[in-house]
Design a protein around this ligand. Sequence first.
Ligand code: FEO
Length: 402
Amino acid sequence: MKIEVTANVDWVGKIDWELRKFHGEEYSTHRGSSYNSYLVRDEKTALIDTVWGPFAAEFIQNLAGEIDLDNIDYVIANHAETDHSGALPELMRHIPGKPVYCTANGVKSLRGHYRQDWNFQVVKTGDRLSLGKKEFIFIEAPMLHWPDSMMEYLTGDAVLFSNDAFGQHIASEHIFNDQVGQPELYAEAIKYYANILTPFSPLVTKKINEVVGFNLPLNAICPSHGVIWRDNPLQIVQQYLRWADSYQENQITIVYDTMWDGTRKLAEGIARGIVASDPAVTVKLFNIARSDKNDVITEIFKAKAVLLGSPTINRGFLSSLALLLEMAAGLKFRNKKAAAFGCYGWSGEAVQLMNEGLIKSGFEVVSPGLKTSWEPGDEELAKAHDFGASLPSLIRTGKELS
Ligand code: FEO
């Protein structure tokens, strides 16, 4: 089951080909995932992280096939979320008393999850743990993405064990970045960043600059999900710096829901208007009720502006848009413009309420929006086209429609 990463480091994790939802039902994982655990052998032996609880027995059985568990000297728990710590209780039943290295918040979190008092050894940034010829240097990484998160660097091999940072939800028998399709790899890496790390972007920038400032050589980055970055590992570090810096592409993302197709027709009219006015801009449309919400969040992350569309229902807007706004509020997107649109039959509050939701979620609303009554006919579709055509310049200048 092991896969050699370097002469001293073996991957001993679990590839989860079946996983389709992660964080409960919150995050879609179309390509499965992996829970990466690493065995580092020198004069002393350390195990870094474990796997998700449902695979604990399988993990321990496989691990015992690789090493006498009593010969594990140190356990390192980079992060207590159960996709990495789930097999710890089973492991510690076999080797009670062995030290578990983690941050002070890691102790709180592991105790909170498992109600166990293992032999915790608290480490801070700069602390070292000798394995013999090589040593670990620990780096606390609070809020990347939990308060307990940490990483460690293995001297000699020049490997950074980064836990969730730089991960991707991909199941692959080939575990290195140069062995998988690059579009697939980057599609999952950006989705992971957009849906998990966006709120912490300022901390991402700060932590990367801190680690780069150590001027350590780097042969590989071993995250806790997906493939290991061994081919030009700095590529994902540089990409993270770009993503953390209010990332946007020349894209407008239109997200709508519709009851009887009126708002869909407006969405499509607006899209045609945008492209007529600015052929260089990429426009993507999603019916949020029929789309994967995490994929839509990724397309919002990539966009310079988002347009929300909903008809009015019960003096409000459709619930699928409310869910999206709730997610966006938590993710704290920065430097993104927005506008709203929708058709209505009677009262027509949806556009104004979506504007308020967009502002509350941190978007800069550049227009009062477009609302049309009843089924869109030629006149309303012309208005949608004109509205779309006005948006590229409004998004550039940030000025409201007069
Ligand atoms: Fe992969 Fe935050 O757990």
